[in-house]
Design a protein around this ligand. Structure first.
Ligand SMILES: Nc1nc2c(ncn2[C@@H]2O[C@H](COP(=O)(O)OP(=O)(O)OP(=O)(O)O)[C@@H](O)[C@H]2O)c(=O)[nH]1
Length: 331
């Protein structure tokens, strides 16, 4: 009995045909209920199978695109790139993949999320699977996964991380680099200047009689002056120059590939511009000046800190000589 029933399942052609039909129905229903696009093309890139996902997400009549070339049915597809991808998959008989990070989408399918994204189209991960059929040779099955949410939250997360990284380098009050980042930059510029035998100069600057300004006009006025003066100085620099708040009312500028003459010229310009700036607080005119110390890297320094010490000494000299001026020192 057992033997005859097992024989009937595999050897009875009618039963086998019924089984195959049932399996096809199951496969079709599963494919049509999946929240993944399934599109199968033959070796001439004609569409052989297309599931309901693509019907739901496009206004195309799926029955009309079966048998048509994929690049005619979906003209938005990158033909050169996708042809190479499909051919590679068929020839090597190995799967391929394309993530939304490489290409945000292949198919222009509008996304249905109530979230705002940078693109009007659904972000997609696409997998390319080689399918071997007995009669018609190799096909490729393209699986289209909707990853709009992943893309949206990943992009938001990356932006937050970028903002945090920036914030960790920036002084909260003046928006110029903070001391930690500035000092790390100097360390790098020092190493570069030594390695490539390039010149490197430093300007240390400090607001004059700032305590008096705070005492006379209040701390808020002092803060406003720090913001305005650093914005003014930033506007006078080249993009390669690295401007930072060294602490309190002391600032510092790294000048890569700049010798002492270039650094002195810039320092004079900064000094004059700050002194000439028309700063007011509560309708009162403020006379703000700065003192600057300039130093150039020479063969004598053995580390970047010695360059800071040199520029700091020059700054002290400028203060001592009467403020609102530039002084320089060489080792
Ligand atoms: N408003 C404000 N004041 C600050 C800030 N950081 C430091 N200060 C003040 O800056 C003043 C610096 O005073 P001093 O070091 O005596 O220097 P100075 O009065 O500028 O005198 P010289 O440098 O010799 O010209 C102090 O009163 C600090 O409280 C800040 O972020 N905001």
């Amino acid at each position: 009995m057992g033997k005859s029933s097992s024989l009937s399942a595999s050897n009875n052609p009618t039963k086998r045909a019924v089984n195959e039909q049932v399996i096809k129905q199951i496969n079709d229903q599963v494919a049509n209920q999946l929240n993944t696009g399934i599109l199968v093309v033959d070796n001439e890139f004609n569409i052989v199978v297309c599931n309901r996902f693509l019907k739901v997400h496009t206004d195309k009549d799926i029955n009309k695109i079966i048998g048509h070339n994929i690049f005619l049915a979906f003209p938005e597809l990158p033909e050169v790139w996708l042809t190479r991808k499909l051919n590679g998959c068929m020839q090597l008989n190995t799967p391929g993949f394309c993530s939304w990070e490489q290409r945000h989408h292949l198919f222009e399918l509008p996304h249905t999320r109530p979230i705002s994204t940078d693109s009007e189209f659904m972000a997609q991960n696409c997998t390319f699977l080689p399918i071997n059929t007995d009669e018609n040779g190799i096909h490729v099955c393209i699986l289209i996964e909707d990853v709009t949410d992943v893309c949206h939250y990943q992009t938001k997360l990356q932006k937050t991380l970028d903002d945090l990284a920036l914030m960790s380098r920036i002084d909260g009050l003046t928006q110029v680099y903070n001391r930690k980042h500035w000092q790390e930059s100097l360390q790098q510029e020092y190493a570069k200047a030594r390695r490539y035998n390039k010149s490197l100069s430093l300007i240390m600057l400090d607001l004059d009689y700032f305590k008096l300004l705070n005492d006379n006009f209040g701390h808020q006025c002092g803060d406003m002056v720090l913001i305005e003066v650093s914005a003014l100085i930033s506007s006078l620099l080249r993009v390669e120059d690295i401007f930072g708040r060294y602490g309190g009312e002391e600032f510092a500028i790294i000048l890569p590939e700049t010798n002492i003459n270039g650094a002195l010229e810039l320092a004079q310009r900064v000094c004059k511009n700050v002194a000439a700036a028309a700063l007011t607080y509560n309708e009162q005119t403020l006379n703000v000046t700065i003192s600057l110390g300039v130093a150039e890297l020479s063969k004598h320094e053995t580390n970047y800190e010695e360059l800071i010490t040199l520029a700091d000494k020059a700054l002290y000299q400028a203060k001592h000589d009467g403020r609102n001026q530039v002084s320089s020192l060489t080792a």
